[in-house]
Write a protein that binds this ligand. Structure first.
Ligand SMILES: Cc1ncc(COP(=O)(O)O)c(C=O)c1O
Length: 400
């Protein structure tokens, strides 16, 4: 079978513990191959980069390999892959570097759909530069982020447009290519938050039309490493703060201090794992990633129809978000129970979900639920199966 979920589940030791893992949007579990790659890196002898001996050469090779792997996952160029501890840190870093080029009266566009990590770094950088922040609004009834509004938001003063490729709570996938095309014709750069989206389908930074694409490997079976993908020439045009003796080349110029080399090996193994989700996929790793992630998306979407249909059929449940294009991520409340209490009751039934705002700070305000504990998030990733969905629905039904 091309996409065999039981074969895939067997790759994840943690999934054997009897719990239903619907917390993937906060971080996925880790395949044995990824854990093995990290431990192999240490077992082989791993030193800092730049030395004249093999353990140092291995650090250099691991770093080159991870840039290629993230490029294969996203369709970017290896020399445009900036690595760091997580997306939030990298976004603050890029925001600071870009804001150095902004002047008072310049404009920045952020959206109320986004995780706060793609909002606050821009708002705070704009404030320091004297730039004006403009907000793209979400339709609270549907959870859509209408593209048409960007025609009014953009101007010849817009320097940066930040938008999410998918909401981490209601799953909405905005029409990113349309929005970035408008930004580009206005002369603005685009920064797309792909942290949630990357796990849920094929990614092609060229087709998205974005200048920067941010992702985090721990959302797609890797360790806690973030990456921002951009054109090397664009990176070379920016001057982030850095130490004098540290490399001034691109992308190293953006990377602070000594990185987590062994974790890089884990990221590469995670990309290899994703590329093999469809057991029949053939070709280059990039080609296999595209085939496999499309198969994973079909699998998730099929399960999600059952999950969402089941939640919507329960009178004591309210779901949020009805976007036409969305990831398999449900956000819901249960009448008479706070979201935190629901999460506790589900945990007691060995079903792992999240409750609260999940850093979708602006969006939970728009939905009018920020002051009431927000909602419960149950998200599917490629390793979830029908049993997971049934166990969630049975457990939620018992709360009615
Ligand atoms: C959509 C989205 N953007 C950004 C982030 C922040 O990512 P990181 O934890 O890598 O800083 C998250 C994390 O949950 C997320 O879901």
């Amino acid at each position: 079978m091309a996409f065999d979920v039981s074969r895939i589940r067997a790759c994840y030791p943690a999934l054997a513990d009897g719990y239903v893992y619907l917390d993937g949007a906060a971080g996925t579990q880790t395949p044995a191959a990824v854990i093995g790659a990290i431990s192999d890196a240490y077992l082989a002898g791993l030193s800092n980069a730049g030395g004249a001996f093999p353990a140092s050469a291995r650090a250099v090779a691991i770093t080159a390999a991870v840039r290629q792997a993230v490029a294969d996952l996203t369709g970017g160029e290896p020399d445009g892959v900036v690595l760091g501890p997580n997306m939030t840190t990298l976004t603050y870093r890029i925001a600071a570097a870009l804001a150095d080029t902004w002047r008072p009266g310049d404009e920045v566009i952020v959206s109320r759909l986004d995780h706060d990590a793609n909002v606050r770094p821009w708002v705070q950088a704009a404030s320091r530069a004297g730039a004006v922040v403009r907000w793209a609004e979400v339709d609270p009834a549907t959870g859509e982020l209408p593209s048409a509004q960007y025609a009014d938001l953009l101007s010849d003063r817009t320097r940066l447009m930040a938008v999410s490729a998918a909401s981490n709570v209601i799953g909405t996938r905005p029409d990113v290519p349309a929005i970035t095309a408008m930004a580009r014709s206005a002369g603005a750069l685009s920064y797309v938050d792909g942290v949630h989206a990357t796990a849920h389908g094929p990614v092609d930074v060229g087709a998205l039309g974005t200048d920067f694409y941010a992702t985090s490997a721990y959302k797609w079976s890797g360790p806690h490493i973030g990456a921002v993908v951009a054109a090397p020439a664009l990176l070379a045009s920016l001057r982030p703060d850095k130490l004098v003796p540290s490399p001034d080349s691109v992308p190293e110029r953006f990377e602070l201090g000594t990185p987590a080399f062994a974790d890089f090996a884990g990221v590469t193994a995670a990309v290899d794992h994703l590329a093999a989700l469809d057991g029949t996929a053939r070709g280059t790793r990039r080609e296999r990633v595209l085939i496999s992630m499309a198969a994973a998306q079909r699998h998730e979407q099929e399960l999600f129809r059952t999950l969402l249909g089941g939640l919507d059929s329960m009178r004591h449940v309210t779901t949020y978000g009805k976007a036409a294009r969305r990831t398999a991520t449900a956000y819901f409340t249960v009448a008479g129970l706070t979201p935190d209490r629901v999460a506790e009751l589900l945990a007691a039934r060995q079903v792992n979900v999240w409750s609260g705002h999940n850093y979708a700070w602006e969006l939970t305000g728009v939905l009018g639920i920020r002051d009431s504990g927000c909602a419960v998030r149950a998200g599917l990733v490629h390793y979830n199966d029908e049993t997971d969905v049934t166990r969630l629905l049975d457990a939620v039904a018992e709360l009615g």
